[in-house]
Structures are given as C-alpha cells and as structure tokens.
Design a protein around this ligand. Structure first.
Ligand SMILES: [Zn+2]
Length: 108
C-alpha cells in the first residue's frame, strides 16, 4: 500500500506511478503533452433568426379580394428581393441559431 503523496496534486493514492504521480494526474499530464497552445484567428459565420416589423406597401398580387394575404411564399420572396426596405431595421427579437468556424486566417 502506497503512503507517498502524488508529486502533482499532493494526495496519497493507492498506487503511485514511478514518476510519483497518481493515475488522475498522469492522464492530465499526458493530455497536456498532446495539446499545443496557439493563438488562432479565424472567421466565424453566425446565423441569427430575428423578427422585424415594418409598415410597407405590399403588391396587390399577393392579396385576395378582401385585402388579406393569400400568397405568403410570394410575399416572402418579394421581401427578400426588396431587402433595401428593411435591411437597416433592428429586429425586435433575435436569436443565434448557429455559429460555425469558416476559415483559418492565422495560427501561431
Ligand atoms: Zn495526483
């Protein structure tokens, strides 16, 4: 039964390795060896979904005879084509959907 403390953490493990570390610290040291600290600069693509609201002149082709919206997909495409109308609007609600590393620009 081991009575010597671990060189790294100071605890007295049941088994002490030849290098005087316990199993837990030995794994930690091994993982540290397999990693290399670097400064990495990279481009991130962030996709957010947000709600905006705007009073806007909608083409009548998307409405029915009661002036109710009947062509939701058509209006959506029209809004995308006319993004200068709402591009600057601050969303009233916004949520990040995903972040993705796109391209490494530097690592040293
Ligand atoms: Zn230890």
């Amino acid at each position: 039964m081991n009575t010597e403390p671990c060189f790294e953490c100071g605890l007295v493990p049941e088994l002490l390795d030849e290098d005087l570390t316990c199993a837990f610290c030995r794994i930690g040291l091994f993982l540290e060896d397999a990693l290399m600290k670097m400064n990495v600069k990279f481009t991130v693509e962030t996709i957010t979904h947000g709600d905006v609201e705007i009073e806007i002149d909608v083409p009548e082709e998307f409405l029915d005879e009661d002036n109710e919206l009947r062509d939701e997909d058509g209006l959506r495409d029209w809004l995308s084509d006319n993004d200068d109308e709402w591009w600057e609007l601050e969303p009233v609600f916004e949520e990040i959907q995903s972040k993705e590393a796109i391209e490494i620009s530097n690592a040293y």
